[in-house]
Ligand binder design. Sequence first.
Ligand code: AMP
Ligand code: ZN
Length: 473
Amino acid sequence: MILYNTLGQKKQEFVPFEEGKVRMYTCGPTVYHYAHIGNLRTYIMEDVLEKHLRYSGFDVKRVMNITDVGHLSSDADTGEDKMLKGAKREHKTVLEIADFYTKAFFSDCRKLNIKTPDVVEPATQCIPEFIEMVQKLLDTGYAYISEGNVYFDTSKLDNYYVFGNQNEDDLEIGVRDSVTEDTAKRNKTDFVLWFTKSKFDDQELKWDSPWGNGYPGWHIECSAISLKHLGEHLDIHCGGVDNAFPHHTNEIAQSEAYLGHKWCSHWFHVLHLLDSTGKMSKSKGEFLTVSLLESKGYNPLAYRMFCLQSHYRKPLTFTYESLDNTTLAYNKLIAKIAAMNNDGEVDEVTAQVYIAKFKEALDNDLNTSLALTCVYDVLKANTNDTTKLYLLKDFDRVLSLNLIEEANKLRAEKEEKACAVDAEKVEALIAERTEARKNKDWATADRIRDELNAMHIVVTDTPEGIKWHVADR
Ligand code: AMP
Ligand code: ZN
């Protein structure tokens, strides 16, 4: 598979450290609020990547953290703790907030057919691992203590800006909360590994450490959780593009300083979902959620399809108009599939041709819009419906648009409707027959009996009155 690598800034063959196995890490949500559909764009594209790797035969282990401590409102370690902000807003404890929004996040993921990673680890469950890592960085001279906090010393590295010099512009991190400079740092790019001097008197979650009672910095959690579950060699690390700097840059700095060797070979970043006013963010107040889309009558899978229609390395602007268009396209697609008859045999030779094209699309830097085109090509293919349905089911292992399930649902709904109409008709016929018998109009009664027979309706006289049912065929 060819995949763009932010490290090196070019498309590269994806080669895992151990043949056939992929160790994949995903930066999880900061659970102080609902995920907006921008966050979920990133998780949808990562899900497609994971599923395509599995589809291609790799044995994937994927790990994700839940950020329930340490993420300040500026990624550069200043501002208010996001979790505390959420707790204050809702007059709850930080842990209550974390629990509620973690569940909400996975509920959204389920609606969007995003698979839950093999391991999901909340940062608050890994405090000993963070402390061990920070201690080693201090012991080896990569970290220092200043004004109560432990900092990573970026001047100890030959190349801190691993993603390139033009990092900030390239990676669209222009949008940032206002940053008040931290005077305890030795270098501008140094970052906090452990806070003991909380910037807020009422910081709720604190743990004892060799450097005093405090809490971990945000960046250390992903390094430590990844090392804990995926070992010293990570194959692919994912996140939204805003994570590349400073978060991922700092993860690389501390992980490689800790390990003494290269850590992760491939970096996958998803460009942002924008709204008409620019970048979507949770801190803006009003923001778009899956529940909001549902309340407006949208199928969350239409949003998934909307994301698949464009490439993950291009910013995507959300409008209701474009979601309407995708909804229309999705419903049409499902209706076409629902009209197919699964009564032949799979034409293996033809199937392989289409599977190869589908795989080729995704092997080329995860070209999801071309993969969707493959779905339409199957509909037009010169082959039987059974082969088409077989291919659609196969492609849906990666696309996860419930193509077959939704089509079956639609067919069942249609059949149910047909039955409902029949029932009305049957009741009317029985009433007519009863009336005809009462009037001794045997000719009409016989005609209606024949008509009911033709419809496979069995009529029985019971003490409670006339009953009917559809005969077993
Ligand atoms: P957060 O919950 O803020 O830690 O973010 C969760 C994930 O969503 C991270 O991978 C972010 O990089 C990503 N993200 C944040 N904003 C957007 C956006 N507007 N579009 C796509 N991804 C985003
Ligand atoms: Zn992370």
